[in-house]
Design a protein around this ligand. Sequence first.
Ligand code: BEZ
Ligand code: FE
Length: 290
Amino acid sequence: MTETRTEFEARAAESGAGATEAFRKKQKGGADVPAERVSAMARDALEAIHDVIRKDHMTYEEYDALKTWLIRVGEDGEWPLFLDVWVEHVVEDVNTSHRSGSKGSIEGPYYVPDAPQPEDGVIPMREDEPGTPLTWTGQVTSTEGAPLGGATVELWHADANGFYSQYAPGLPEWNLRGTFLADEQGRFTIRTVQPAPYQIPTDGACGRLIAAADWHAWRPAHLHVKVSAPGHELLTAQLYFPGDPHNEDDIASAVKPELVLDPQDAGDGTVSVDYGFVLDPATADSPTTR
Ligand code: BEZ
Ligand code: FE
């Protein structure tokens, strides 16, 4: 598929702004965080920043460059992108460290709830969707090994150009997004296409930081999932493919060895993979949805 650089950049810009709008809708007015928690975390965050200024001896020129860049992050609608790339992985670690079931990973900015449930197990895609066809089978179980019949696997991923439907324009509404119901044994079969490595949008403030610091913008190819079953903790994860060079240097620091798939060449131009999930029991402090 050929695309001019200008079209590519325009779609990337819409992805950033779309993520801000989607987050505002999901958040509906904000969270109720007690004053003592706000005070403690704001004070610790400010002290951490003060320590950096002292350690690296920030000049006034650098301080003004920082202000200019922070203003730009807001103007470009890139706060969700910035936070999900460089901050969310620590929030995810802290909030899932008690689990003995499957490992999770960051959600990122491009989840959309209520994706269609395809009856034939094939994720919605275009007729000429680029990418190697992938058949994924798995089972959802509890930490006791019991099959979780009727578990739900929500799957979403980027297309071969790295674009997510509903964030980049020009894609069918639910392209590469689906909700799959497991059978009474917790087993599921999903048909999709293998995604490609992906660059976070580079045409806004996050891209400016990446260029100024001489970093790269790549995430390895990945599938996003949310796996749920009544009475169990919601699992949000990403699954990766072996041999992807960006498994080692993911800009979002979201790869864990347990999340790397073992796909097999089916010999007919398609790939198959078996990967299941173990869900922890829900407790009062661990909601089954987020
Ligand atoms: C993602 O697509 O997984 C993602 C994109 C931007 C920031 C973090 C994650
Ligand atoms: Fe992603």
